[in-house]
Design a protein around this ligand. Structure first.
Ligand SMILES: NC(=O)c1ccc[n+]([C@@H]2O[C@H](COP(=O)([O-])OP(=O)(O)OC[C@H]3O[C@@H](n4cnc5c(N)ncnc54)[C@H](OP(=O)(O)O)[C@@H]3O)[C@@H](O)[C@H]2O)c1
Length: 277
């Protein structure tokens, strides 16, 4: 058993609720693998307490936090500094406490791109169609644009698609009803909606117009392989699942808090997937 010393480094994940988070398992695996004197813990913080508790954790010696629903915008607001990834995403999912300052970043976009590359996919291979216009779509859309990709936003609520396109200058929008017919024009399809997730309605997309080179990515990872990915695989299209994005987005926070660049590999994937396999 690995025992902590008095100088152990501390980090954690805060959400409300937070019990469903796989991040303690993920970071705990890396801490054990690299024999680091540190701990990563779940921190359920109610929304009304967020702005007082988080700076107090910084004062109590925490190195930083991951931030999940519903705190990503509140985290942005308490930062002394936000890096360009957070500014572009309009939300923070990673906080680093250093020298009395709170710095926020958003690692979702970088995690998405790193996961594509880990699957041998060139993110800049061609135009991307993003289904959804929420927080994840904004982070992923910005990251794809930074790779030089032309991005189209397609969302059930057209006003939200238009609002996101304003935040991602140059992005186009597409009516939700045209999501299947338009596929011929794209190299990458990304589901950033919550559709297809366990206990949510299915995502209805007809892939019959998809070109053979279309890469289909789903950031939903419960189940690990969604019905969208099943349908794409059945047509012989390359697929990229969502759990890899979660693993890759965690690398930057771990590095900042614990000083080691951790590896994302198959063993880690299996441990974090756990009961989903
Ligand atoms: N793999 C990862 O690391 C990772 C990271 C972040 C998020 N995620 C997952 O990504 C998903 C979205 O997260 P988010 O933070 O972007 O959520 P969000 O901000 O709440 O956005 C949800 C999106 O889903 C759409 N949607 C919801 N119900 C719908 C329905 N019945 N029909 C059509 N569209 C529907 C919404 O469309 P409207 O605008 O029309 O409501 C909106 O575009 C979640 O499942 C989350 O778990 C995964």
């Amino acid at each position: 058993m690995r025992l902590l010393t008095g100088s152990a480094r501390l980090a954690g994940v805060t959400g409300w609720p937070v019990a469903h988070s796989r991040s303690p398992r993920l970071h705990g695996t890396w801490l054990a693998r690299y024999s680091i004197d540190g701990a990563y813990v779940p921190l359920p913080i109610a929304p009304q307490d967020f702005a007082t508790v988080v700076p107090a954790l910084a004062k109590a010696g925490f190195a930083g936090l991951n931030v999940t629903i519903p705190h990503k915008e509140a985290a942005f607001a308490i930062c002394d500094v936000v890096d360009p990834s957070a500014a572009r995403a309009g939300a923070v999912n990673t906080l680093v406490f250093r020298n009395g300052k709170i710095t926020g970043s958003n690692t979702d976009g970088a995690g998405f791109i790193a996961n594509l590359r880990a699957h041998g996919v060139n993110p800049a291979a061609g135009p991307a169609l993003l289904l959804g216009a929420g927080g994840a779509a904004r982070a992923i859309g910005a990251a794809l644009q930074d790779e030089g990709v032309a991005v189209t936003i397609c969302n059930r609520t057209a006003e939200r698609a238009a609002a996101l396109a304003l935040q991602l200058p140059g992005a186009k929008t597409l009516p939700w009803a045209q999501r299947s017919a338009a596929l011929a024009d794209y190299a990458l399809l990304v589901n950033t909606t919550s559709l297809g997730m366990a206990k949510q309605p299915p995502l209805e997309v007809d892939l019959s117009a998809a070109p053979h080179h279309l890469v289909v990515s789903d950031i939903v990872y419960v189940p690990l392989q969604t019905a969208l990915l099943d349908a794409a695989q059945a047509r012989g299209l390359q697929i990229v699942g969502g759990l890899g994005m979660l693993l890759h987005q965690a690398v930057l926070g771990f590095e900042a808090w614990f000083g080691v660049t951790p590896e994302v590999d198959e063993a880690l994937y299996r441990i974090v997937a756990g009961d989903l396999l």
